[in-house]
Design a binder for this molecule. Structure first.
Ligand code: IPD
Length: 281
């Protein structure tokens, strides 16, 4: 079995690199922008094309595997994580960045078996950085091992977060309460790359101590979660309980002390889960 997953991971790295080339090439072209759940939840034909490219290529090699893909779910496919080997794909994490040529865009591929992420691949296409992690075998960037920061004092930390695409006034209010609380601790700074996957890779690289967000989806964080934990970090729900990748809430931190400190500052809310049954019309 171990060999099977290694060959799947090699395939994920190869296909992420190919997908990254398509994304880079598309940046020099006109981008037709469409919207999904809200006026600021953007999607382009490149997101759809890259997802199809990844799925087709994986299907040829691993015909029995399952998929959860951001654009397939947007097109109506179920978002259910089973025990089966499942590829969890975000073809372009940072679509808004991509639309605006803001230079942080990632292809994110997580691979789960028995509901446990076995490997994660995040290709930061414009930086040409390939982040990888295999369960129990460490995390790497372009082959170099990654290690989270050793900082335990939140006041000496940089924290990453994002505003997401939910503009519901109550959610926006809570996002700002959390942001104000964290900023006022005070922390050294608050940052956001515009992609959950890259924010998590920044935690794994030791550049920022933690990343938190409410509203992300499983495809944004599946790969990054393993990259963080294999670099020595921790994952937690925003209320301090065990992380659940379908719950759309995450703290990824260098250690428990920093994560638990952030928990105290978050005004939490619960968006509909990724695996919630569709609302009846
Ligand atoms: C989004 C990005 C963004 C985060 C959103 C995600 P997408 O993913 O990761 O940073 O704030 O919550 O949905 O739509 O660009 O794949």
């Amino acid at each position: 079995m171990a060999d099977t997953w290694q060959s799947a991971m090699d395939h994920a790295v190869a296909v992420a690199r190919r997908a990254g080339e398509v994304v880079r090439w598309a940046l020099s072209d006109d981008r037709k922008v469409m919207t999904k759940s809200s006026a600021v939840d953007l999607v382009t034909q490149t997101d759809q094309k890259v997802e199809q490219l990844i799925i087709q290529s994986v299907k040829e090699k691993f015909p029995t595997h399952s998929f959860i893909g951001e654009e397939s779910v947007a097109a109506g496919e179920a978002c259910v994580l089973t025990e089966r080997p499942t590829w969890i794909i975000d073809p372009i994490d940072g679509t808004t960045n991509f639309v605006h040529s803001f230079p942080f865009v990632a292809v994110s591929i997580g691979f789960s078996v028995n509901k446990q992420v076995e490997f994660g691949v995040v290709y930061s296409c414009l930086e040409d950085k390939m982040f990888t992690a295999r369960r129990g075998k460490g995390a790497f960037c372009n082959g170099e091992p990654l290690q989270v920061s050793e900082q335990t004092d939140i006041q000496q930390s940089i924290i990453a977060t994002e505003f997401g695409s939910n503009r519901d006034p109550e959610a926006v209010e809570k996002i700002f309460i959390s942001l104000r609380n964290v900023l006022s601790l005070p922390v050294h700074g608050v940052r956001g790359a515009g992609t959950a996957a890259i924010n998590m890779c920044l935690v794994a690289s030791g550049c920022v101590e933690a990343y938190y967000e409410i509203g992300i989806h499983v495809w944004d964080v599946a790969a990054g979660s393993l990259i963080v934990s294999e670099a020595g970090g921790v994952l937690m729900d925003v209320d301090g309980s065990e992380v659940d990748l379908m719950s759309r809430r995450v703290i990824a931190a260098n250690n428990k002390t920093i994560a638990q400190r952030i928990v105290k500052e978050i005004a939490s809310f619960s968006p509909p889960r990724d695996d919630a049954p569709p609302l009846k019309q």
